[in-house]
Write a protein that binds this ligand. Sequence first.
Ligand SMILES: Nc1ncnc2c1ncn2[C@@H]1O[C@H](COP(=O)(O)OP(=O)(O)O)[C@@H](O)[C@H]1O
Ligand SMILES: [Mg+2]
Length: 413
Amino acid sequence: MRRIIPVSSGKGGVGKTTFAINFALTLSRVAPTVLIDLDTGTSSIRNTIDVPVGKDLYHFFRKGAALDECLTTLDGRIDPDGTYRNFAFIAAPRHAIDEITNLRDDLRWRLLHAINGLDARFIVLDLRAGLDANVVDFLPLSNSGVLVFTPHHPAATLAAADIVKSLLFRKLRIIFSEGSPFFRSLPDTSHHRMVTELLDAVEDVYEENLPNLDAFLVDLHGALGDNPYLRAIAWVLRSFGVYFVLNMFNGVQESYETSIRPFVESLRRNVSGKLTLTNLGWVVQDPRIHEANCRRTPILLQQPEERRTADPDPVRKELAALESSVLGLPAMRRERPRPVNLDELQRIDPSCTVDRQLEILERMYRDHGDRQVRENFAYIAHRALHVMKHLPPESFGLPRLYTPLEIFDQLRV
Ligand SMILES: Nc1ncnc2c1ncn2[C@@H]1O[C@H](COP(=O)(O)OP(=O)(O)O)[C@@H](O)[C@H]1O
Ligand SMILES: [Mg+2]
């Protein structure tokens, strides 16, 4: 099963590119993987991997090259054993080119189609920071892709929560837009204007009466009783998966207090307490990661260091541990909208409360707290693979990218 996995962060400097590179390298040991540099203004991937780049996105956009002609693979100098022979990347242009940095709709859709046509099992997208169409159009509608944040950059953590908010509102607006399958299925459209105006009010954080979608649901229930809008919103919230990775992890309590808790609280306050959150793991803070980047040989491409403990096969052990415990992974579900009652609306899903996140982090730490960078990536990749294997395709990443016109068909609520 093919999967496109976008990696994003609200702001730069959290280690998104570092994560995307090493994550893609790890996945490539399982199946052919392509990493695409969509942070086209800064081109950091080519500057972090020391191999000659033939063609890049410049050739795709300006010279009529096919996207698969723009793949760069590792050479024998940087990957002498061929461990990562299933890894390739598509570099952004060598220098910023406005037209490619700020893609027009038609160019972005051309790229989207070309990405869908790539022959790879996993396609990892290193997105730029921020929330414009160059980011949002590459994100799924039913999950967050991988959000990266770090205890060292609190503003970026809140910005990551804003990505989730923006995806959810975007999805609701598409579902509720006139002409959508949902709209056409409504027996009565007399409340449509009121509902969409209320939605605007919820998105507007300065509107204190309606702080989040949970309050909106309760209000809507009070006004209209059980109704298709309510069911659609409740379904969107219940089925949306938030996945995150903590970079520069600096201990359970510290990381929890300075990043996970603010992240979850921001989501709960401004979006909803009903979202399912999955911590995919963490990457320790380690100066060797930074040195490796500076030497243009990502940490996973460096010769492994001696292990501190005699451990024959940590990856296999992690797999076994995963099989015996799903560590807060969301349960398999393929729900459709169903009647919603007030009681249910007011209940907060215990699986995503702040306390549960601490518990999960503590359990994860108990199981792999002594692990080094290399195992951190193996662990995250195994958790991601576990999700891909056991949950429906739209739960994590996306099987293919959709242009806004195709999205309608995707959202038959
Ligand atoms: N886990 C880590 N430990 C130490 N330094 C890191 C780690 N992850 C990233 N860095 C360093 O942090 C800086 C930002 O990383 P980068 O991957 O470029 O972030 P982004 O893509 O989010 O802007 C870089 O200098 C990188 O070498
Ligand atoms: Mg980057």
